[in-house]
Design a binder for this molecule. Structure first.
Ligand code: PMV
Length: 347
């Protein structure tokens, strides 16, 4: 194949953190380790068209999102290229067209930065592999995650499947601050195909960008305690993943979500990113759990939407509850049914 021009395509999934990444050091190094479920249905599909160029003085690229040329996406991608070029110096030798689309609605309040940066990073490493065909599969995935991290921290957890750990943790072998790894230890079948129904409470764009959010952890009065707690919660999840103890799982996951929001509420400036309906939903979930005994819980990102997590075997009952009692709180009744998936795929 000619290296003068060509194209590579990848699809990368979104992910939902169980132990949250909130706070970072320089160069997108996380202040604490995090762990996430890789999702299956919420994905970004990206094709990178490349052609060799003469002039190597600057980056040369255009972005098309769902068929339309997007000037407003360029600064973010340019910043990404500037951060990664030292690791992929050939970037300046090519002219690019980036064609991207999401499988989920653009204005859903679902961040597409994880799947988007994941897919783009994979395309870049695919081009590198064309130049260096000896690159091993293991190195390929690590490098893609490493580059994705420089685009958006949580994007480094959107390469591998099932369960991904990002950030050095003394009890998780191979874990690194530089890239995400597939969770290396035993996982009980309770977590197989775990469901995530995403209730779209507020489809608007985020009030607080995540980079502003992470910075709020600098000089935060509770920062050190929070970072230590994330290490503890990840250590506690190890036996939970191995033994399938859903009661413990729920306690850790819900506490993580509320702590993330507690950090925002106790920073300066302070923010409340939950909406009244977020709380209504949480209370309904707690009531349902109490009355049915079913292991349903919630988690939150840095926004008002609620991720409802539950085992696949309880899907029929939980979906009925969601439709009867929770969908009324969603903007235009919109929600997304997702579940744990196996990671990015080359197309
Ligand atoms: O990847 P960022 O910089 O957009 O940060 C994401 C942070 C949370 O979604 C709130 C938590 C997480 O670990 O994904």
């Amino acid at each position: 194949e000619s290296m003068e021009h060509g194209s590579v395509s990848w699809e990368a999934p979104s992910n939902i953190a169980l132990v949250k990444y909130w706070g970072k050091k320089e160069h997108q190094i996380p202040a604490n380790p995090s762990v996430s479920f890789t999702l299956k249905n919420c994905r970004t599909i990206t094709r990178l068209d490349f052609s060799k160029k003469e002039n190597q003085s600057d980056f040369d690229f255009e972005i098309y999102f769902e068929g339309n040329k997007k000037e407003d996406f360029k600064p973010k991608i340019k910043t990404f290229f500037e951060r990664i070029v030292q690791y992929v110096p050939f970037l300046k030798e090519y002219k690019f067209e980036i064609h991207s689309e999401n499988t989920f609605p653009h204005s859903s309040g679902i961040a597409s930065s994880a799947s988007g940066m994941g897919a783009l990073a994979l395309c870049v490493v695919s081009l590198e592999k064309k130049l260096n065909p000896e690159m091993t599969e293991g190195f390929f995935r690590k490098k893609a995650s490493f580059l994705a991290r420089l685009g958006s921290g949580s994007a480094c957890r959107s390469i591998e499947g099932d369960i991904v750990v990002w950030g050095k943790h003394k009890e998780i072998q191979g874990s690194s601050d530089l890239f995400g790894i597939k969770y290396p230890d035993e996982v009980h079948e309770n977590f197989k195909n775990y469901q995530d129904t995403i209730l779209l409470v507020d489809k608007g764009t985020k009030e607080v960008s995540s980079s502003v959010g992470h910075n709020l952890m600098h000089n935060h009065p509770f920062a050190e305690a929070r970072f230590a707690q994330a290490h503890e919660n990840l250590a506690k999840l190890k036996p939970v993943f191995a033994e399938g103890d859903l009661k413990q799982f729920i306690e850790i996951v819900e506490s993580e979500a509320l702590t993330l929001h507690a950090m925002m509420m106790s920073s300066r400036p302070y923010f409340i990113l939950m909406k009244p309906y977020t709380l209504e939903i949480i209370n309904k979930i707690w009531n349902f759990r109490k009355h049915t005994g079913l292991p349903v819980c919630f988690t939150l990102d840095a926004g008002a939407n609620v991720h409802v997590l539950y085992p696949e075997k309880d899907k029929v009952k939980v979906l009925e509850f969601i439709k009867n009692e929770l969908v009324a709180y969603c903007e235009n009744g919109h929600y997304i049914c997702d579940s744990v998936g196996d990671g990015a795929k080359q197309l």
